[in-house]
Design a protein. Structure first.
Length: 160
């Protein structure tokens, strides 16, 4: 697999969470769970950030912590859910550490080998895989501590 293909695959994974923002508000509300922290922009531009107490997708009602009445889902322009950057951290850690390990493996092979031509993919691939696995674990651990907002719904505005 070429570098361009790897970059395309990684960028597709990184932005896949935003694809679910293309659905309806009903579908977005069905994915919500009690206790999640959400960021909502309603008609008029007001922004609400709160924790979910209860969701009723069939009536488009969303009860938020501290609210005296449910929020009408029809009034929502955009809905974001707070998550963690675990998968992004794992991907970045795997790529960076895997590439570094592969280069270090090649340099090590050339330093100890009598012939530089004997250092090829059979040497660099195991170093890459080991480095990528370790980097993914470290990156996931770091990413788990980083909050990340994921778009679940965005109202499509019509020109006019």
């Amino acid at each position: 697999m070429g570098r361009a293909q790897v970059a395309l695959a990684l960028s597709t994974l990184a932005f896949a969470s935003d694809l679910c923002a293309q659905g309806s508000i009903e579908a977005a509300l069905r994915t919500l769970k009690q206790g999640q922290t959400v960021r909502i922009r309603v008609h008029g531009g007001d922004r609400i950030e709160s924790r979910i107490i209860s969701v009723r997708a069939e009536s488009l009602a969303l009860w938020l912590d501290g609210a005296s009445a449910p929020l009408d889902g029809a009034a929502i322009d955009s809905l974001w859910v707070r998550g963690r950057a675990t998968s992004t951290g794992a991907i970045v850690g795997a790529v960076v550490t895997g590439a570094g390990s592969s280069a270090a493996g090649l340099a090590f092979c050339k330093a100890v080998s009598e012939s530089a031509s004997s250092c090829g993919s059979d040497t660099t691939v195991p170093f890459f895989l080991a480095g990528a696995a370790g980097g993914a674990l470290i990156g996931a651990a770091i990413g788990a501590g980083i909050p990340k907002w994921r778009l679940r719904y965005a109202r499509v505005s019509t020109p006019g």
